[in-house]
Structure formats: C-alpha cells, structure tokens
Design a binder for this molecule. Sequence first.
Ligand SMILES: C[S@@+](CC[C@H](N)C(=O)[O-])C[C@H]1O[C@@H](n2cnc3c(N)ncnc32)[C@H](O)[C@@H]1O
Length: 326
Amino acid sequence: MQARLQGAAGRRGPGRTGAGKTGGLALRAKPPAGLAPELAQALAQAQAALQARPNDIPTLVAYAQAADRAGLRAQAVAAYRRCLEINPHLHAIRHLAHALSGEGMLPRAPDDYLRWVFDEAAPVFERELRALKYQGPEMALAAFHAVAGSDAPPQRIIDQGCGTGLNAEVFARHIGMIDGIDVAARMLDQARARKVYDRLLLGEIADVLNRSDRQYSLALSTDVLIYIGEIEPCFTATWRVLEPDGLFVVTVEMSADEPVRLMPSGRYRQSDAHIREVAARTGFRVEHAAFAPLRIERGQEEPGGAYALRKVAGGAPAEPKEGAAS
Ligand SMILES: C[S@@+](CC[C@H](N)C(=O)[O-])C[C@H]1O[C@@H](n2cnc3c(N)ncnc32)[C@H](O)[C@@H]1O
C-alpha cells in the first residue's frame, strides 16, 4: 500500500524527443546513483516492457510506479500523463499525476483510486499500519475523552471511512450502536468480520450521509479526510446526521502553510485555520484540538491533528441538494 501511495513531483511532458516509440518517455533516463539493486532491476524490467508495449496502460502504470520508486519523478509523471492522453477518464491516474507533479488537485481522491489502493491493501492493512506506528483511532479517542470524559455513556456512532474497523476496537467501551461507511468493499469485509457494526454501508461518505435516515451522537473520521481536499460537503452531511450537541471527531494530516495541500503521497493535508474555518461555516464549534504524529512516513513522523467538533444548535447549514456529493 505504501509503495502505491509514494510519489514525487516533476514535469516532463509527453512529446519530448528521445524515445519516439514510447510516446515521448525517455526510457534511457539514468537511475539515481546508489539506487538499491532491486529497484534498479524493477526499473529496467519496466523500461523493457514499455519499449515493447508503449501504449498499454497497465505497462505505463507499472513503469510509472517503478520510476517513482527509483526517484525518477519526471518519468513517473510523464508516464501517468501518457495514460491520460490515451484515456482521459482514468481518474485515479489523474489524481496520481496531480500528486506527483504538484500541479492541479481534484476535490477528493476519486473512488477508483480509493478502491485500487484499499481493496488490495485490505488483508494487510492493519499489519502495515501497526508497522508505521499509526495512532489515528487512539488520537480520536483522546479527543473524545477530552470533551466527553472517559466514562462517557454508550454512543450511537457513525464511523466514516471505517476501513477494517479499527475504531470499533479502540472505541469498544463507548459503543451503544455503530454503523460504518466505506467506498472499498474489501475493507468493509474486514470490518464485517468483527461482528460489531450494525450497518456497513458501501459508498462515498457525504453521499451516504445525505441519504441516511439515522441520527448519531458521535461521528468518527480517522485518517479519512486525508483523502478529501474539499472537506465542506463531508462536514455538512455530518451535521445533518448528528443529534443536537453531537460530536464530530476527526484526525487530519496538518499543513503548516496552505489551507489544503495535495502531497506526493496522494493524500491531502489541511491547515488548522482551514479546519476551524470550515467547522465554523458548517455549524460546528471546535471544543478540542491536539497535535501529534499520526504515523511514520518514509522514516519521518507525519504531523497530525485530532479535533473534537460540537454540533452547534441553530448553526444549521443549507440543506444538501439531492445527490449533491458524489
Ligand atoms: C487510511 S484508511 C482509515 C481507516 C480507518 N478509519 C482507520 O482509522 O483505521 C481510509 C479509509 O477511508 C476510506 N475512504 C476515504 N475516502 C472516502 C470517501 N470519500 N468515502 C468513503 N470512504 C472513503 C478508504 O476506502 C479507506 O478504507
């Protein structure tokens, strides 16, 4: 999973000279000095495959991934852009091209990208995240305790982007009832195996919430807003399904400067000011915020934040339009 999400910026547009048979990709680009032998070998194999099948999208994607891992950012971006020339409807590829190039941004990671990453990762997801010292659910629990107390009564919980259901484990003693939403069916399969969730709903968060007939006292979103750039539709839909005074507990990756930033990893960062501004606009009061590393990323601590947001009475945002979020 991590390898899929890793990327880097750069630009070498299609049409450059040097490898006419490969749609402008410069296949003879030298790998960086000191590249690990297995990465160099994977790159050489991907280059050979691309030489043979220059317009085959899986081959281009495999080449882009090998180039990215080898540190050839411009080559990876060029390969993704070549895919988009062949088929402009490949939204997952567009998201990766934006992330690696640092140019452009979709409102959120597309569904096909999320399914691509998480359906395959589902069986190993928890093991990989443990290895990365992932703290999202624990940070959310601490934020919840900070405002509701550690002896808070059982909650009616909606677990947004529930994945394999780690929140059901960490929040176990606060569960009165818990529903989960995820766009990746195989992640939901893992969550289902826990036999804790009442309903597991397949779909996009705002979309599902805007159609929900249930009300909740606690909405959880751990490591999910990192796949959403424009977070307002999710906040508005959450407000809609929360009981009066309900809590929305979220974790985010923190941006120190821009309000929203798409990283080469394919994940979005949000600034503290931006979270607070969107919360205020959508009918939430920030009752608690704490900052700590969310996980280790390429040997570095990922700056994270956990917020407890209270639904404000009378702060009703405009009713979402039918099917507004997709
Ligand atoms: C990194 S995992 C986190 C899972 C879980 N919340 C946890 O903390 O372990 C992100 C999950 O959110 C889901 N996801 C991301 N954006 C989503 C969206 N807009 N709608 C539905 N699911 C989404 C992904 O499919 C994935 O299962």
